[in-house]
Design a protein around this ligand. Structure first.
Ligand SMILES: C[S@@+](CC[C@H](N)C(=O)[O-])C[C@H]1O[C@@H](n2cnc3c(N)ncnc32)[C@H](O)[C@@H]1O
Length: 335
C-alpha cells in the first residue's frame, strides 16, 4: 500500500515537473545562460519574468540537474539543461515550447471529461478537430510541423536503413509532412524519385527535401488523402498517419491508397504496433496521447490485419524498428 501510494504520487509530481521544464523552455532560460551564469534578477529582466517565481522555478529544476544555483545566487547552464538550447542539433525546444505544446497541455486537462462523454479531448478544449484547428491557425500548424520533424528525426534514418528500397523507382509518402522521411530514403537511393503528398499549407516549404539536396527528384502534390492519392508509384508510405484516425477514416485512407496501388504496388505503414497484455509498452502511452489529441488510436497486429483486409490489402510482415524508435514497419500488399 505504501509503495503503491508512493508510486502514484511520484507519477503525479512528474506532471508539475514536466510543466516546469516547459515553462523554462518557453522563457528561453537556457539561451540566456549560454554566455555564462547570471543573477536571477538579471535573468528575470532578460526573459520578461518576476524574480521570485523565476528563482523558485529554477531552484526546483536545479534539484533535477537542469540548471545549477551557484554560491553567489547566480544560475548556470548544466549538461542536463543543454537540450533546452534553441540552436543545438538535438534541441527539444519544438516539443516543449510554442503554440503546439501549449495546445497539448490544455487538451490533457479535458481527459476525464472526454473519457466520460466519448468526445475528443482536443475538440472539447479548442472547439475544433485537431487538423481543422491547425489548418486555421498557421502559427500552431508550423509549431506542430516542427515538433513532428523533431520526433521524426531519429526515426527517419532507422526507417531508411531498415528496409531495402533498391529497385523502387517512385516512392510516394502520403501525409509526409515536410519531407523528412523521403529525404532520408532518397539520399541513400540516388536513382529513386519521390512524391510528397500532404495538405497545401504543409508542403509549401519542404525544407528537409531541400536541405538533403533531393528536391529535384521530388514532386510535391497537395491533396486530401480521404479523397484520392496520386497513382503511379511502386511504393507508398503511411507514417504516423493511420494512428491519427478512428477505423472508419483509417479505412478511407487505406482504400484511397489501395486504388492508387494497382496490383503490383506495395505499402509500408510505419506506426506503433501495440503489444497485447499488461506489459508496459510506450505505445500504450502514445495511444492515450493520440486518443486525446485527434481521437485516433494505436493498433495491435490483429487490428492492422483486419483494417487491411477491409481495404483489399493483406498484411505481409511486421518489422519492429531498432531502439530508440518504438514504431514498426508494417508491410502490406494488394490482397
Ligand atoms: C502525424 S503527422 C505525420 C507526418 C509524417 N508522416 C511524419 O511521420 O513525420 C500527420 C500528417 O497528415 C497530414 N494530413 C492530415 N490530414 C490530411 C489530409 N486530409 N490529407 C492529406 N494529409 C493530411 C498532416 O498535414 C500531417 O503532415
Amino acid at each position: 500500500m505504501g509503495d503503491a501510494r508512493a508510486h502514484i504520487l511520484g507519477i503525479r509530481s512528474q506532471a508539475l515537473l514536466a510543466q516546469a521544464i516547459a515553462a523554462a523552455a518557453g522563457l528561453g532560460i537556457a539561451d540566456k545562460l549560454a554566455a555564462g551564469p547570471m543573477s536571477v534578477a538579471e535573468l528575470a529582466g532578460h526573459c520578461g519574468a518576476k524574480p521570485d517565481p523565476l528563482y523558485r522555478l529554477l531552484r526546483t529544476l536545479a534539484g533535477h540537474g537542469i540548471f545549477a544555483e551557484e554560491g553567489d545566487g547566480h544560475f548556470a547552464l548544466t549538461p542536463g539543461a543543454q537540450p533546452l538550447l534553441r540552436d543545438v542539433p538535438d534541441s527539444l525546444q519544438p516539443i516543449l515550447a510554442g503554440d503546439f505544446p501549449a495546445l497539448v497541455w490544455s487538451t490533457f486537462g479535458e481527459l476525464e471529461a472526454a473519457v466520460r462523454t466519448g468526445e475528443v479531448a482536443f475538440e472539447r478544449a479548442h472547439g475544433a478537430g485537431f487538423f481543422d484547428y491547425l489548418a486555421a491557425h498557421p502559427q500552431a500548424n508550423a509549431s506542430f510541423d516542427q515538433a513532428m520533424a523533431l520526433v521524426a528525426a531519429t526515426e527517419h534514418p532507422l526507417i531508411a536503413a531498415s528496409h531495402d528500397y533498391g529497385g523502387v523507382s517512385t516512392i510516394t509518402d502520403i501525409g509526409g509532412g515536410q519531407g523528412g522521411l523521403l529525404a532520408a530514403i532518397l539520399s541513400r537511393y540516388p536513382a529513386t524519385r519521390g512524391v510528397l503528398f500532404d495538405q497545401p499549407q504543409v508542403i509549401a516549404a519542404p525544407a528537409e527535401l531541400e536541405a538533403a539536396g533531393v528536391l529535384d527528384r521530388c514532386e510535391l502534390v497537395a491533396g486530401d488523402f480521404f479523397t484520392a492519392v496520386p497513382p503511379g508509384a511502386d511504393l507508398y508510405l503511411l507514417k504516423r498517419i493511420l494512428h491519427d484516425w478512428e477505423d472508419a477514416q483509417a479505412l478511407s485512407i487505406l482504400r484511397a491508397v489501395r486504388a492508387a496501388l494497382g496490383n503490383n504496388g506495395r505499402l509500408l505503414v510505419i506506426d506503433a504496433v501495440m503489444q497485447p497484455g499488461n506489459a508496459p509498452d510506450p505505445n500504450k502511452d502514445l495511444d492515450l496521447n493520440i486518443m486525446a489529441l485527434t481521437g485516433g488510436r494505436e493498433r495491435t497486429e490483429a487490428e492492422f490485419a483486419a483494417l487491411f483486409h477491409a481495404a483489399g490489402l493483406a498484411l505481409e510482415a511486421i518489422q519492429p524498428l531498432p531502439a530508440p524508435a518504438t514504431l514498426a514497419i508494417v508491410h502490406a500488399r494488394p490482397a
